[in-house]
Design a protein around this ligand. Structure first.
Ligand code: ZN
Ligand code: ZN
Length: 186
């Protein structure tokens, strides 16, 4: 964590690549910046979590005196497995090109009827049929209702179940085609 240029702003986050001193014994750190979503060209989007950072291709040399403390920038997978998220826990899932605003990867899995990438700050429920994840609000539930649920089957899957029941044991070709057309990536 490094002191921001404006005192009111949150600290900058960087990965220290090298520590060295110059010929006058000033200690310098070579850093690779993490960008917060609001610092990126595209700005913060709905699926960006509060603790999300982008690993940029922007390097700098700074005085070691600007270092304020330490934090942990987890991989996205590790972050989603944390039992408790502390103030020092952050994550990254995208690399970011500071000059062009491009992200790597430029495609990620999307979920729910709203087809959004996963925001780990938002509660989602998993359908036992299609295994897709849904935001409670997108399937007409409150967060409190979703937390109480022991089982969840989405509307499409409960309709498919009903059709299979009507058609007998074998699913019709129509319902097979429907399952195959479900998109999980874009
Ligand atoms: Zn949704
Ligand atoms: Zn489903």
């Amino acid at each position: 964590m490094m002191r921001p240029s404006d005192i009111g702003n949150p600290p900058y986050v960087a990965r220290v690549e090298k520590i060295e001193s110059d010929n006058r014994n000033n200690v310098k750190v070579r850093v690779r910046w993490y960008y917060r979503p609001e610092e990126s060209l595209g700005g913060r989007r709905q699926f960006h979590g509060a603790k999300e950072l982008f690993l940029s291709d922007h390097y700098d040399v700074q005085s070691a005196k600007t270092v304020e403390g330490k934090c942990i920038v987890h991989s996205f997978k590790d972050y989603t497995k944390l039992e408790n998220v502390g103030a020092e826990d952050y994550y990254w899932r995208f690399e970011y090109k500071a000059a062009t605003g491009a992200f790597t990867p430029d495609r990620v899995a999307v979920y729910c009827k709203c087809e959004m990438p996963y925001n780990p700050d938002d509660l989602m429920v998993q359908c036992e049929g299609c295994k897709d994840w849904y935001h409670p609000a997108c399937v007409g539930m409150t967060i409190e209702e979703a937390k109480m649920l022991e089982h969840f089957v989405c509307f499409e899957c409960s309709e498919d179940d009903f059709k299979q029941f009507q058609n007998g044991f074998h699913a019709s070709p129509v319902s097979d085609a429907k399952v195959e057309s479900k998109r999980h990536k874009r």
